[in-house]
Design a binder for this molecule. Structure first.
Ligand SMILES: [Zn+2]
Length: 287
């Protein structure tokens, strides 16, 4: 499952650009579908946030292939979002046999709404829409207007405060497209840590995704400052290899155990990646 995908990612050759124009052209091409979705949803007043690997391009890891696109919208507006995208030419998938909604060996949470977007964007695959609460239960509801300069969590994808492009690192702000609401790099990092703490070793198998996104944030930890609860752990976790005094993931696991013991996390989505109880037990996953 995930491992093969991950190795493939890591082996991707570095992308070299002949010029800044060529780089922006490649970036624009890659993230344009997300900008279009944000514009469509903003227009009908559906508050939305770009999520997942594509959001992580801005955090620390611009990947050189087209990831699926994921958006989170306020829970009670998911149907409004779906209708608006349909009206804009996106075809809602209702195939019960579609891989996106399969209940076994599905690396993603099953989205209540998804679209296959190859007809509109030939190099992209699936757009998944989720209710905000499934991923960011802790985030207060928000609107469609531009986040305030001092918003603790939200910003726009074209914000000049985002760190610039680094080869083998983040993409730099998306200055030439419609601005998309995103979590700032610190809140994104906290979000994926919380998801990992919720799902780690659970039979739902979702934590592979969260580990991947934690690693994306870890690539360039400079400028990522977490709440006091997470900060000491994060500083130790992101130390250069030669400064590590214990295994890298130990402080992460320690905080996870503490938060689980204190009931600070919501229950994990109750799905079984493995399909059978025996399969999950063989993998030492919990329910
Ligand atoms: Zn489908």
């Amino acid at each position: 499952m995930y491992y093969a995908k991950y190795m493939l990612h890591r082996d991707d050759p570095p992308r070299e650009f002949a010029s800044e124009e060529a780089r922006m052209k490649a970036l624009n091409h890659q993230v344009r579908p997300a900008a279009d979705v944000a514009r469509i949803l903003d227009k009908v007043q559906v508050p939305n946030i770009l999520w997942g690997t594509m959001a992580a391009y801005l955090v620390g890891d611009w990947r050189h292939y087209n990831e699926d696109i994921q958006f989170l919208v306020l829970d009670d507006l998911i149907q409004t979002a779906s209708n608006a995208l349909f009206a804009a030419g996106f075809t809602t998938c209702t195939d019960p046999g579609c891989d996106v909604v399969k209940t076994v060996k599905n690396d993603y949470l099953i989205p209540p709404v998804h679209f296959h977007i190859q007809a509109l964007y030939p190099e992209h695959d699936v757009l998944r829409l989720y209710p905000k609460s499934s991923h960011l239960w802790w985030l207060p509801d928000f609107g469609t207007s531009t986040p305030a300069a001092d918003d603790p969590h939200l910003m726009l994808s074209n914000d000049p405060r985002l760190p610039p492009y680094k080869p083998e690192g983040m993409s730099g702000p998306w200055t030439e497209l419609y601005p998309i609401k995103i979590l700032n790099r610190s809140s994104f990092t906290e979000a994926v840590l919380l998801l990992c703490f919720r799902d780690f070793d659970h039979a739902n198998g979702l934590y592979f995704q969260w580990l991947d996104l934690i690693n994306a944030a870890k690539m360039h930890p400079e400028g990522i400052t977490l709440r006091p609860k997470f900060q000491a752990m994060w500083e130790e976790f992101t130390l250069p290899k030669e400064q590590l005094r214990r295994r890298r993931w130990e402080p992460v696991v320690e905080l996870m155990k503490e938060m689980r013991a204190n009931n600070e996390l919501p229950p994990p989505p109750r799905i079984n990646w493995f399909g059978t109880v025996e399969g999950a037990e063989r993998a030492r996953a919990w329910f």
